[in-house]
Write a protein that binds this ligand. Structure first.
Ligand code: PLP
Length: 395
């Protein structure tokens, strides 16, 4: 397949990325936990109120750290939506836990909160809400369920940087600061990027000290450099989860422009919404019902059927505009289908078949995409479909 005129995603360089990488190189220290890493972490802690933030090489790494910190092992159960990326479940599977997949809501792909409690057993240890498209899950209810059953909550906030949740108390809290732990991604397809990159946020004091040890290959190196212990060594399990200064330098250039990046994306998002809202019937699609703030990570629509989605994708592809679907339900994946308990998860399967993401990136020529969508909506579809129907009836 050749390059699309309008790709689905295009990483945005804010301008100073290579300058900061050169600065890191010139400093003579390019391994992890240096000046840029500390600057990025301090920024996130201050702006979003995370008790502690640790940059990682990816959100997958952050999820693996979270899974280790929760202490789950064989025999333990973790509740995760089926409509999510592989890494959300994989991190806990690697620790030996059993995944209990939950279905999505009917009005958007987030976990259906009303169905969580029925999945809790004496073996349940963790709930992992995924803030799909940066839209907040119902965190008040989820934290209540966790409290009642003594569970931990790990927010998969991979898509949710700079997105917020307003709870029943009226307080607006950043996503990733509400659960015991939170995981973010700075992969090049996300809002702010480092090529590959991620962050673990720790909001519960109990996990502070151990998180640093797991981050630094199971050693107490961080404590040593703060002068808290007089030698460092092997004290726990862990891995090399921290990014190099080259990644952090790149990320710092993005962070400096986060407000500009966010307002541009929100501008595109609002234009899409205004244009598509009156065309939903003609397009055979529905806009998601988004009850809370969103960070314009993604603009997606949900079609009435797989056939309607396929027709639309083909039409856009002919105009060299790339629209892409998203997850395939994890409960029926080749890796997990045999291990799944057999429950049907119809909403998750429906999103697999009918959800479609439109191009979204800083430099997006959004008006061009909208013009193509209007063109598609103007095709006298009803008539076409009746003709097809008529011929089928006669044959
Ligand atoms: C992108 C993403 C991940 C993985 O992020 P990486 O940084 O690529 O490891 C995990 N979960 C969700 C929901 C994501 O969107």
């Amino acid at each position: 397949m050749g390059e699309s005129r309008i790709p689905f995603n295009k990483p945005y360089m804010s301008g100073r990325e290579t300058e900061y990488i050169a600065e890191a190189v010139a400093s003579g220290k390019i391994c992890g936990n240096g000046i840029f890493t500390k600057k990025c972490q301090a920024f996130f802690e201050k702006k979003y109120g995370f008790k502690k933030a640790l940059l990682t090489s990816s959100c997958t790494d952050a999820l693996e750290m979270a899974a280790i910190l929760t202490g789950v092992g064989p025999g333990d159960e973790v509740i995760i939506p089926s409509y999510t990326f592989v890494s959300t479940a994989l991190a806990f599977v690697r620790q030996g836990a059993t995944i209990v997949f939950a279905d999505s809501r009917a009005d958007n792909p987030n976990i259906d909160t009303a169905k969580i409690e029925a999945l809790v057993t004496p073996r349940t240890k963790v709930i992992v809400p995924v803030h799909y498209a940066g839209v907040a899950c119902e965190m008040d209810e989820i934290m209540d369920i966790a409290k009642r059953h003594n569970l931990l909550v790990v927010e998969d906030a991979a898509q949710a940087i700079d997105s917020y949740y307003t709870g029943k108390d009226g307080v607006r809290r950043p996503l990733g600061s509400i659960g015991h732990l939170g995981c973010f991604s700075f992969h090049e397809t996300k809002n702010i990027i480092a090529g590959e990159g991620g962050m673990l946020t720790i909001n519960d004091e109990r996990f502070m000290a151990r998180s640093e040890i797991i981050w630094e290959k199971g050693t107490n190196r961080s404590q040593f450099f703060r002068g808290e212990v007089n030698k460092y060594g092997w004290v726990d399990i862990g891995s090399s989860f921290l990014p190099s200064e080259l990644q952090s330098a790149f990320l710092w250039a993005q962070i400096e422009n986060i407000e500009r990046i966010q307002s541009k994306r929100i501008e595109h998002w609002n234009k899409y919404r205004a244009a598509i809202e009156p065309l939903q019937e003609k397009l055979h699609c529905r806009l998601p019902d988004i009850p809370q703030c969103n960070n314009a990570h993604m603009f997606y629509v949900v079609f009435d059927s797989l056939e309607h989605r396929t027709k639309f994708v083909e039409f856009m592809r002919e105009r060299s505009i790339l629209c892409v679907f998203h997850y395939l339900s994890l409960h029926s994946s080749p890796f997990y289908a045999e291990k799944h308990d057999g429950r049907a998860l119809p909403e998750s399967d429906r999103y697999s078949d009918t959800l479609l993401r439109l191009p979204m990136y800083y430099e997006l020529p959004v008006e061009e995409v909208i013009a193509a969508i209007r063109e598609f909506a103007a095709i006298p579809r009803q008539k076409n479909e009746k003709q097809v129907q008529y011929r089928a009836d006669r044959s």
